[in-house]
Design a protein around this ligand. Structure first.
Ligand code: C2E
Ligand code: MG
Ligand code: MG
Length: 443
């Protein structure tokens, strides 16, 4: 270390030291409980901060509020109990020498005390919370298991509604269990080689050929099996892991591309607003491109449509810079988020990717064609191309070909497959899709 510790390192240090303290106190409590045959409780508490504090980030008020919450927590417990803040919204509490019956009363007291209004700067903030509890020794005798079960029960309590608590009784809530395992194991997944990338072909209608593929991250978990990014991307984002995953996917794609003599396919990579806010983004991706001799023009960056794209200056500037570097830019899940026409026409984009909901909407109500057609027309008038994703069968394929889409992506063309399968199966996929054009309705 050069002596200049960054804020990130300090936070990491705080986190490590508080977890160490929690483990020491828990071990001590369990040793006493065992020696004197007492029961104890491990509780996992999550608080829900009011949305007005998170956007824009109001750190001062948040700190005052968190201090007040901690004070109320300590006020509800005895000196022999332990309260440790494990992250910005979560606390672990170890209650020594307590029966389940008395613990219920304490949980009620804690939740009730936290939910009372907090007057700060002429505002009355209210905080909701959920709490999960695992008792020693009935729930478990193992410290790690006690903590995990308490967290799983916290998710179970969340399902019951706001300001509820739930005790572990030996029957696991499978959804809550999966969530906790995912959160616990994701930080190690990359190092353990459990992540990989699959590629979903994109079919260019004008040329009746596959001209690109979207890189989609996959996680093969040792006990949960395949975990879809839908289940872990939002958690990775919250936990600040998505930047690392983005660079990993970016490098993985570049490396695979560099292994090919034929460089005619374009590859799409997903990124989120947080990556666009990174100061080092341009330098880091330029270095990767250089390392594998890849041109930016061979890559499409897919960014999900949301309010920050339109409103945050730094995000908008970064998009312009990436476009100038030669990347193709696609606006992903278009039609599913915030839309501002005057800002939209200024965006430096090449594609809009219509959200899968458009496919459902057309399926449910044919009248929606009258709304979808002008959107495609508008994009074409602005010299943007249109991709529809989530096309699963021939009927949908035929419908969207008629709607004058430019590119089609979905299980009808192919599911996401490995890089090797993609390069091997292109001709086969193209031949199969070509048959789709010869069916009567498309003549
Ligand atoms: P997305 O970028 O909109 O990706 C399309 C999703 O639709 C993929 O799900 C794909 O497998 C799925 N899909 C494609 N065709 C069909 C179809 O015909 N029917 C159905 N039912 N689904 C189809 P996946 O792979 O689970 O990814 C979900 C989302 O996770 C992605 O949505 C993207 O937002 C995010 N994601 C995936 N990989 C990455 C990544 O490397 N980085 C980031 N930041 N996000 C990623
Ligand atoms: Mg995408
Ligand atoms: Mg999408």
């Amino acid at each position: 270390m050069d002596g200049k510790s960054t804020e990130h390192e300090e936070n990491h240090y705080d986190k490590v030291s508080s977890i160490q303290l929690l483990n020491e106190r828990l071990d001590l409590t369990l040793a006493f409980s065992k020696r004197y045959q007492m029961s104890s409780a491990v509780c996992y508490l999550r608080i829900f901060l009011p949305p007005e504090l998170s956007q824009p980030k109001d750190n001062d008020t948040e700190t005052i509020l968190l201090n007040k919450i901690s004070a109320r927590l300590y006020g509800s417990l005895r000196d022999i109990d332990t309260v440790i803040k494990v992250n910005s919204t979560d606390f672990m509490i170890v209650i020594a020498d307590i029966t389940e019956h008395d613990c219920k009363e304490i949980c009620e007291r804690i939740i009730h005390s936290i939910s009372a209004p907090y007057p700060i700067d002429f505002h009355n903030f209210t905080i909701g919370s959920s709490m999960g509890i695992c008792m020693y020794p009935y729930g478990s005798e193992e410290p790690v298991e006690l903590k995990t079960m308490a967290k799983i029960q916290m998710y179970d309590a969340q399902e019951l509604g706001e300001n509820c608590f739930s005790f572990y009784k030996g029957n696991l809530n499978q959804t809550a269990y999966r969530k906790v395992i995912i959160e616990n194991d994701l930080p190690y997944a990359l190092k353990k080689g459990e992540l990989y990338v699959h590629y979903q072909p994109q079919y260019f209608l004008k040329e009746r050929a596959i001209n690109g593929a979207e890189a989609l991250i996959r996680w093969s978990h040792p006990s949960l099996g395949e975990v879809s990014p839908g289940e872990f991307i939002s958690y990775a984002e919250e936990a600040g892991m998505l930047n690392g995953l983005f660079f990993w996917v970016f490098e993985e794609v570049c490396q695979k591309m560099s292994s090919m003599k034929d460089r005619s396919l374009k590859y799409s990579i997903n990124l989120s607003v947080n990556q666009l806010l990174l100061d080092s983004l341009i330098l880091d991706i330029s270095n990767i491109l250089k390392r594998y001799s890849i041109q930016a023009a061979q890559i499409t960056l897919e960014i999900t449509e949301n309010i920050e794209i339109y409103t945050v200056k730094k995000v908008n500037e970064k998009l312009h810079f990436l476009k100038e570097m030669g990347f193709t830019i696609a606006l992903d899940d278009f039609g599913n988020g915030y839309f501002s026409f005057s800002d939209f026409i200024k965006l430096p984009i090449d594609f809009i990717k219509l959200d899968r909901d458009f496919v459902f909407s057309l399926l449910k109500n044919n009248k929606h064609k009258g709304v979808i057609m002008p959107i495609i027309q508008m994009a074409h008038n602005l010299e943007l191309q249109v991709i529809i994703e989530g096309i699963e069968d021939h009927t949908q394929f035929a419908e969207w070909v008629k709607l004058d889409c430019d590119l089609i992506q979905g299980y009808f063309i192919s599911e996401p497959i490995s890089f090797e399968e993609l390069t091997e199966w292109i001709a086969e996929i193209e031949n199969r899709v070509a048959l789709g054009f010869s069916v009567n309705e498309l003549q």
